[in-house]
Design a protein. Structure first.
Length: 284
C-alpha cells in the first residue's frame, strides 16, 4: 500500500516545498479519506470533474481513473509544475492542469455547451464560502460538489431556522446538502488546528436560464441586506438597506406572514421566498 504521508513529505523535501498556511496547504495523507471522497462523488466514465487545489495530485490520480476528464486548478506555481510532470510521466491523457486562481476561473471556458461537471476538491479553507457563492451563482454552475471543508464551515452549511446563516440559506436555495463524514486534523500534514468534514451538495438548479439567474440575483440582493447586521431585526436592516419607508416593509412582512420582530436567521427558505416576492412588488 502507498504510504501517502511518507511520499508527501519526500516530495516536499525534494522540491523544497514549505506548506503555506496562507494558501490552505495542508496535505491530506490518509488514503482512506481519499477513497471516501471518491465514493461520495459516485463517479462514472461520463463525468467531467473540476478539482480545486489538487496539491501533489493524489486525489487527481484517483479522479482520472474514474471520470472522463479532470480539470485540476492549482494556484501555486510550484505545485502546478510538479503535478504537470507527474501527469506527463504517467501518460495520463484526461487531466488538464490549470495554473490559476479558482475564483478568477470561468467554468464555461473549460466545460463547453451542454457539458455538465462536478466539483470534487480538498478545498482551501480560506476560500470556501466565497467559492460556493461564486460558483453556485455562475452562468455555468456545477451539478454537484464533494468538498473537504473545515468542520465548523461544513456544519454552518447545514444550519436551519432559527439559526440560519447566509451561507446555509444560499445552499438551501440551490439544492440539498449533507455531511458525509468528519476528518481528523491528524489526517493532514501539517495538521491544521481544527478537524474537517466531507460535504456533498447536489445542485437542483444546475441548468439556469436567464430568468433563473435574475430571480437568484434579486433573492440574494434582499438576503444580503437582511443578514447585514445580525443583531438587528430583519425589518430594520431592510429599511436601512433598501432606503424605503417602514410602512412598505411592514406590509411586505404582513403579506408574507412573517413576524415584524424576526431576525434574518429566524426565517426558513420558504419564508425568505415569500418575503422576497412581497418585497419585489415595490422594490426593483
Amino acid at each position: 500500500m502507498l504510504d501517502i504521508a511518507k511520499q508527501t513529505k519526500e516530495l516536499c523535501r525534494l522540491y523544497d516545498i514549505s506548506p503555506a498556511r496562507s494558501k490552505g496547504q495542508n496535505f491530506l495523507i490518509n488514503s482512506g479519506i481519499y477513497e471516501a471522497i471518491i465514493k461520495a462523488a459516485n463517479l462514472n466514465k461520463e463525468d467531467s470533474i473540476l478539482e480545486v487545489g489538487p496539491g501533489l495530485g493524489f486525489l487527481t490520480a484517483r479522479l482520472a481513473l474514474k471520470a472522463k476528464r479532470v480539470v485540476a486548478v492549482e494556484l501555486d506555481d510550484t505545485l502546478a509544475s510538479i503535478l504537470s510532470l507527474a501527469i506527463d510521466s504517467q501518460n495520463v491523457t484526461n487531466v488538464e492542469i490549470v495554473n490559476q486562481d479558482i475564483l478568477k476561473l470561468n467554468p464555461s471556458d473549460y466545460f463547453k455547451n451542454n457539458e455538465s461537471y462536478q466539483v470534487v476538491a480538498n478545498l482551501p479553507y480560506n476560500i470556501s464560502s466565497i467559492f460556493l457563492r461564486t460558483f453556485l451563482s455562475s452562468i455555468k454552475p456545477p451539478k454537484s460538489l464533494v468538498l473537504m471543508l473545515q468542520k465548523e464551515v461544513a456544519e454552518r452549511c447545514l444550519r436551519r431556522e432559527p439559526d440560519m446563516s447566509l451561507l446555509s440559506l444560499s445552499l438551501a436555495y440551490y439544492g440539498q446538502v449533507e455531511i458525509i463524514r468528519t476528518v481528523k486534523a491528524s489526517d493532514f500534514w501539517p495538521a491544521p488546528k481544527v478537524d474537517s468534514a466531507i460535504l456533498r451538495f447536489v445542485n437542483e438548479k444546475s441548468s439556469p436560464n436567464k430568468e433563473d439567474l435574475e430571480q437568484a440575483k434579486t433573492f440574494f440582493r434582499f438576503a444580503r441586506i437582511g443578514f447585514s447586521a445580525k443583531r438587528k431585526m430583519l425589518k430594520n436592516n431592510l429599511i436601512a438597506g433598501l432606503k424605503c419607508e417602514a410602512s412598505l416593509i411592514d406590509q411586505s412582512f404582513k403579506t408574507a406572514g412573517i413576524d415584524l420582530k424576526s431576525r434574518a436567521e429566524n426565517l426558513s427558505l420558504i419564508n425568505w421566498l415569500h418575503l422576497v416576492a412581497a418585497l419585489s412588488d415595490f422594490v426593483l
